[in-house]
Design a protein. Structure first.
Length: 105
Protein backbone atom coordinates (compact mmCIF):
# COMPACT_ATOMS: atom_id res chain seq x y z
CA UNK A 1 0.00 0.00 0.00
CA UNK A 2 1.16 3.50 -0.70
CA UNK A 3 -0.06 4.79 2.63
CA UNK A 4 -2.13 7.83 3.39
CA UNK A 5 0.19 10.62 2.32
CA UNK A 6 -0.66 14.24 1.63
CA UNK A 7 2.23 16.41 0.47
CA UNK A 8 4.66 13.81 1.87
CA UNK A 9 2.98 13.90 5.31
CA UNK A 10 1.37 10.76 6.72
CA UNK A 11 -2.31 11.33 7.51
CA UNK A 12 -2.80 7.88 9.02
CA UNK A 13 0.05 5.81 10.47
CA UNK A 14 1.21 3.18 7.97
CA UNK A 15 1.25 0.52 10.70
CA UNK A 16 -2.47 1.08 11.37
CA UNK A 17 -3.32 0.90 7.66
CA UNK A 18 -1.37 -2.34 7.28
CA UNK A 19 -3.00 -3.84 10.38
CA UNK A 20 -6.49 -2.82 9.21
CA UNK A 21 -6.23 -4.78 5.96
CA UNK A 22 -4.97 -8.02 7.47
CA UNK A 23 -7.33 -10.87 8.30
CA UNK A 24 -8.38 -10.42 11.92
CA UNK A 25 -11.65 -12.36 12.13
CA UNK A 26 -11.11 -15.56 10.19
CA UNK A 27 -14.35 -17.43 10.80
CA UNK A 28 -17.08 -15.15 9.49
CA UNK A 29 -19.23 -18.04 8.28
CA UNK A 30 -19.11 -16.57 4.77
CA UNK A 31 -17.00 -17.62 1.83
CA UNK A 32 -15.46 -16.01 -1.22
CA UNK A 33 -14.34 -18.08 -4.15
CA UNK A 34 -14.66 -21.23 -2.03
CA UNK A 35 -12.43 -19.86 0.75
CA UNK A 36 -13.32 -18.30 4.09
CA UNK A 37 -14.08 -14.60 3.82
CA UNK A 38 -12.14 -12.85 6.56
CA UNK A 39 -12.50 -9.43 8.14
CA UNK A 40 -9.99 -6.76 9.14
CA UNK A 41 -10.73 -3.43 10.81
CA UNK A 42 -13.92 -2.47 8.93
CA UNK A 43 -12.70 -4.07 5.69
CA UNK A 44 -13.52 -7.43 4.17
CA UNK A 45 -10.32 -9.27 3.30
CA UNK A 46 -10.89 -11.59 0.35
CA UNK A 47 -8.31 -14.25 -0.55
CA UNK A 48 -7.36 -15.06 -4.13
CA UNK A 49 -4.48 -16.71 -5.92
CA UNK A 50 -2.45 -19.54 -4.40
CA UNK A 51 -3.89 -21.20 -1.33
CA UNK A 52 -0.36 -21.65 0.05
CA UNK A 53 0.52 -17.95 -0.29
CA UNK A 54 -2.72 -16.10 -0.98
CA UNK A 55 -3.03 -12.52 -2.05
CA UNK A 56 -5.82 -10.46 -0.57
CA UNK A 57 -8.29 -8.04 -2.07
CA UNK A 58 -9.55 -5.46 0.37
CA UNK A 59 -13.26 -4.76 0.00
CA UNK A 60 -15.87 -2.34 1.18
CA UNK A 61 -19.32 -3.83 0.64
CA UNK A 62 -21.85 -1.04 0.75
CA UNK A 63 -25.58 -0.73 1.13
CA UNK A 64 -27.56 -1.35 -2.04
CA UNK A 65 -24.78 -3.23 -3.81
CA UNK A 66 -22.01 -0.63 -3.88
CA UNK A 67 -18.63 -2.33 -4.07
CA UNK A 68 -15.07 -1.09 -3.55
CA UNK A 69 -12.22 -3.50 -4.24
CA UNK A 70 -8.57 -2.64 -3.53
CA UNK A 71 -5.95 -4.92 -5.06
CA UNK A 72 -2.66 -3.63 -3.63
CA UNK A 73 -0.43 -6.06 -5.57
CA UNK A 74 -1.91 -4.87 -8.86
CA UNK A 75 -2.06 -1.20 -7.77
CA UNK A 76 -5.75 -1.28 -8.69
CA UNK A 77 -8.95 0.12 -7.27
CA UNK A 78 -12.28 -1.03 -8.73
CA UNK A 79 -15.51 0.74 -7.81
CA UNK A 80 -19.01 -0.42 -8.68
CA UNK A 81 -21.86 1.94 -7.97
CA UNK A 82 -25.26 0.31 -7.88
CA UNK A 83 -28.42 0.99 -6.01
CA UNK A 84 -30.54 -2.04 -5.50
CA UNK A 85 -32.54 -1.95 -2.30
CA UNK A 86 -35.79 -3.45 -3.56
CA UNK A 87 -34.94 -7.04 -2.68
CA UNK A 88 -33.92 -8.21 -6.17
CA UNK A 89 -30.38 -8.92 -5.08
CA UNK A 90 -27.21 -6.91 -4.89
CA UNK A 91 -24.22 -6.89 -7.16
CA UNK A 92 -22.55 -10.13 -6.07
CA UNK A 93 -19.09 -10.21 -4.59
CA UNK A 94 -18.33 -12.77 -7.32
CA UNK A 95 -17.82 -9.80 -9.65
CA UNK A 96 -14.33 -9.57 -8.15
CA UNK A 97 -13.52 -13.20 -8.96
CA UNK A 98 -15.39 -13.51 -12.25
CA UNK A 99 -14.65 -10.13 -13.88
CA UNK A 100 -11.92 -8.11 -12.16
CA UNK A 101 -9.27 -10.69 -11.24
CA UNK A 102 -9.17 -12.42 -14.66
CA UNK A 103 -8.29 -9.06 -16.20
CA UNK A 104 -5.28 -8.45 -13.96
CA UNK A 105 -3.87 -11.90 -13.18
Amino acid sequence: MRGALWEDQALIPAAWINASIRPTVTDTGLSSNGRPRTYGYHWWVLPYGSEDEPSYAIAGLGYGGQRLFLLPEQDLIAVFMSWNIDGKGNLPIRILYDLVLPLVE
